[in-house]
Ligand binder design. Sequence first.
Ligand SMILES: Cc1cc2nc3c(=O)[nH]c(=O)nc-3n(C[C@H](O)[C@H](O)[C@H](O)COP(=O)(O)OP(=O)(O)OC[C@H]3O[C@@H](n4cnc5c(N)ncnc54)[C@H](O)[C@@H]3O)c2cc1C
Length: 335
Amino acid sequence: MTDLALYERLQRFFGDRVQRKALLAPYTSARVGGPADVLITVRSARELALVARRLWAWEVPFWVLGGGSNVLVADEGVRGVVVLNRSRKAAFVASAEPPAVWAESGVNFGSLARRAAALGLAGLEWAAGIPGTVGGAVVGNAGAHGGEVAAVLEMAEILHRERGRRFYPAEALAFAYRESALKEAGSDAVVLSATFRLRREPPEVIQERLQTYKAQRERTQPPGASMGSMFKNPPDDYAGRLIDAAGLKGTTVGDAEISTLHANFFVNHGSAKAQEIWALMYLARTTVARKFGVWLEPEIRPVGDWPPEALAALFGPQAWPSDEPLPRISEEGAA
Ligand SMILES: Cc1cc2nc3c(=O)[nH]c(=O)nc-3n(C[C@H](O)[C@H](O)[C@H](O)COP(=O)(O)OP(=O)(O)OC[C@H]3O[C@@H](n4cnc5c(N)ncnc54)[C@H](O)[C@@H]3O)c2cc1C
């Protein structure tokens, strides 16, 4: 099916929710990425389920875009359909024991945490500065300041291509550091909503924690367009420390820069291309590997029309082409 035929078919069902050749950059936190053949915006969990079921039935490939704060969308864009999740409903159950909050997967996770805090409900303060949606946070087991989704998720409502719609407790989702079974499932599973456990605490105590975390972020993370941490922290170390020790802080490719404040943040200063961010990632990954013998694993996910070699070089188990031993740069601090 051509993208025009696909667009027309989808438009018959979903009307003006459907756009053709929609640029994705404005929907990502790094402000990079080319057009999707077709973009469908959903405004409720019900609509999200409806669209997913229809696309699976038609065997049309798609992926869900939440806040776009953990994906690197190719400059060439995305073939097929992108489903932009703008479901926004949330409900606090303050009288329950323990109290809880239910939210559709398109709700902004940080604002949910701040709303909980304002109600004297603790448990999500660590998430207040994390951009993106509840769905993206569940898929990636988002975490900060010692907290993570796995520790507070009561239940996720998931629509699976084969298994249908079910509620899963955290234990069923194989959560690990920035990982979950949902990441593996890719577009075969869609998070519709999630319920998080909370606890009552005096609002001023919660606010104080929020302020401490906020101040810590402002001190250590650069403002501006980025994807947050580009690489996962390797065991017993920090990706940012290694990139910094490799001498790469402040390195630029085009309008993309390895932040001078936090070396694991790559900032788009205005007109950076996904390709330039890729180049910085490749440079960071191979330089750190050559200097310290550590292959950094990307935290962000590539999306769209990337050349297979570009994906293999960054997201494969190791980036060095061929079986040759890894050439080491002998410098102070090198392994
Ligand atoms: C300044 C900054 C700071 C950050 N700090 C942190 C931090 O402290 N801790 C942390 O963990 N992360 C952090 N991040 C990364 C990012 O914000 C989180 O990973 C966030 O949870 C991603 O959510 P999202 O909605 O933006 O996901 P997206 O980037 O839109 O999507 C990520 C992946 O999840 C999938 N997905 C999204 N929604 C659904 C759904 N409903 N159903 C199925 N699949 C879905 C997408 O298809 C994609 O594969 C930071 C990012 C930035 C820009």
